[in-house]
Design a protein around this ligand. Structure first.
Ligand code: ZN
Length: 86
């Protein structure tokens, strides 16, 4: 964590908690209003988690678009490629 995020009161444990819900949030499967508002608040204040969420969304989108490569290996390759683009 950087000092920049610390001024918003975001801690590492907040990031871990947000990360727990991140995938279901991105997939639209997160229904718990408490968890939803928690993660939205967190993404609004934590740049590293926001960036991560955007990256995962992009990854999801690419997989949906191609409609293939659902194996973990392919997923990993795509993530590696995506990271290379940044
Ligand atoms: Zn975070």
């Amino acid at each position: 964590m950087t000092k920049e995020t610390d001024i918003h009161g975001i801690t590492d444990s907040d990031c871990l908690e947000a990360f727990d819900h991140l995938y279901s949030y991105i997939n639209g499967e997160l229904k718990d209003p408490k968890a939803l508002s928690m993660i939205e608040h967190h993404l609004g204040h934590c740049k590293s988690c926001f960036t991560r969420a955007e990256m995962e969304k992009e990854l999801n989108q690419r997989i949906k678009t191609t409609g293939q490569d659902r194996t973990p290996d392919a997923l990993k390759n795509r993530l590696d490629k995506l990271l290379d683009d940044i």
